[in-house]
Each structure stands twice: as structure tokens, then as C-alpha cells.
Design a protein around this ligand. Structure first.
Ligand code: C5P
Length: 230
């Protein structure tokens, strides 16, 4: 798995993905989420892989341990590099997810979503009845993911610093919410630049609209890549 910025392919068809990827003549790391996967399925994964790109399949599985384990066993047959579950599913679910994934593939990394970045402290308190700060809730789930032998978590770059201190540099911290200094923030609230995400301890960044909606996606990608890799 490479450490390039992960481009979120938030498109709704194979044609749109092809049109976007045709502009690049280098290996990339791309993220396929629910919107795209539910409409294009495993065939698209093979097609992207055939172009030589690394793939993060962002499906955020969350169900009973047996179901997630079996689902992961199926996903392990796909040629992907990184996949995820919700830590809220618990340690047994994460363990079964890992075992399922290992059935056909020893290399796919498994990470956990802690608290979605759309969750506010008020939602945590009033809806989930978790009476702590977001940071403590994130750290708790990240620790559970680490204790369950997962490779890392998805988190906000602003949480990466705490997780680096508490869980170490090898534990993956994949961070969305990245915006270059001169770009539109869209609906992202807690954002950093690629350089700051790196300083805070992110091991991978996920960037969507600043690249996919750019007038010149290749130039925007290279600018972000340079500021990320330094
Ligand atoms: O366009 P943008 O750079 O905001 O895209 C970020 C990507 O990361 C989207 O695919 C979004 O769904 C995803 N994501 C996120 N925040 C999370 C988890 C995933 O923005 N906590």
C-alpha cells in the first residue's frame, strides 16, 4: 500500500470514473465509497486495479460479528488494499472482520471508523448517550480497534495528534477533511491543509472535491501530493 494522497472517487458511474482516471498517467491511491460501489459493484474494482491503482474500499461495515465476518470474506476476494468497519460494532465484530479478510488475503489492511466527523458533541451526549468529549470517545474506539489487532482508524486530522501520542506512529490514521490553503471548504467543518495533517500525525489523507471538482484535476492533485509528501 502506497502513501500517496487518497483520491475520493465520489462519482455515480463507471463512465465518470473512467473519464476522471483517463487524465492521469501514474499510479494513484483511490477511495471507492458506498455511492459508487453500490451502483457499479466488484467489476469496477477489477477495472480500477487493472489500471495499477491502490484501492481503499470505504464501505464502513457494521452488523453482527458473523455477518461482517462473512461479508469481509467476500470482500477479501477483491483486489483491494484497504477496507473499513465501524468500531462501534465492537471488538468481537472487528475480530471476525479481520479473520474473514484473512481467509483469502494476508495483505489487505483493515481500519475502523471511530466517530464520524459529522457527529457533534451534542449528538454524542443526547443521541448516543455517551457522556464524554469527542476526543475521549474517539480515543476509546481507536484503542478498541488497536486491541482488536486492526491496522488503524479513520479520523479527523485534528484527532491524529492525540492518537499518535497514545497509540504510536505505526497505527494508521487516515484523515479526510483536507483542504489546500486556497480551496473551498465545501461542507467539511474541521479541516487542515495536507502539510498540517502530516505534522499532526496523519499517515494517509483522503481528498475528494478539491481534486475531482477542479478545473485541472491533475494539477490540483500534484499540488496536494507535493505538499503532503514534502
Ligand atoms: O470532497 P471531500 O474532500 O470532502 O471528500 C472527503 C471524502 O472522505 C468523502 O468521500 C467523504 O465521504 C469521506 N469521509 C469524510 N469524513 C469522514 C469519513 C469519510 O469526509 N469522517
Amino acid at each position: 500500500m502506497n502513501n500517496l494522497p487518497i483520491i475520493a472517487l465520489d462519482f455515480d458511474s463507471k463512465e465518470a470514473v473512467d473519464q476522471f482516471l483517463d487524465q492521469f498517467d501514474e499510479p494513484l491511491f483511490v477511495k471507492v465509497g458506498m455511492e459508487l460501489f453500490y451502483q457499479t459493484g466488484p467489476q469496477l474494482i477489477s477495472a480500477i486495479k487493472a489500471r495499477g491503482h491502490d484501492i481503499f474500499l470505504d464501505l464502513k461495515l457494521h452488523d453482527i460479528p458473523n455477518t461482517v465476518g462473512k461479508a469481509m470474506e467476500g470482500l477479501s476476494k477483491l483486489n483491494i488494499d484497504l477496507v473499513n468497519v465501524h468500531a462501534a460494532g465492537g471488538s468481537e465484530m472487528m475480530g471476525r472482520a479481520l479473520a474473514g479478510l484473512r481467509k483469502h488475503n494476508a495483505d489487505i489492511k483493515l481500519i475502523a471508523v471511530t466517530q464520524l466527523t459529522s457527529t457533534t458533541e451534542a449528538m454524542l451526549r443526547d443521541e448516543q448517550n455517551i457522556q464524554t468529549t469527542i476526543e475521549d470517545a474517539v480515543l476509546n474506539y481507536a484503542q478498541l480497534a488497536k486491541d482488536s489487532d486492526l491496522d488503524g482508524v479513520v479520523c479527523s486530522p485534528l484527532e491524529a495528534e492525540l492518537l499518535k501520542k497514545e497509540l504510536g506512529t505505526d497505527f494508521l490514521k487516515v484523515t479526510p477533511g483536507i483542504r489546500p490553503i486556497d480551496s473551498n471548504t465545501d461542507d467539511q467543518k474541521r479541516i487542515t491543509t495536507p502539510e498540517d495533517a502530516k505534522k499532526l500525525g496523519a499517515t494517509h489523507i483522503v481528498v475528494g472535491r478539491p481534486i475531482t471538482q477542479s478545473d485541472n484535476p491533475v494539477a490540483s492533485y500534484h499540488k496536494i501530493k507535493e505538499s503532503w509528501l514534502g
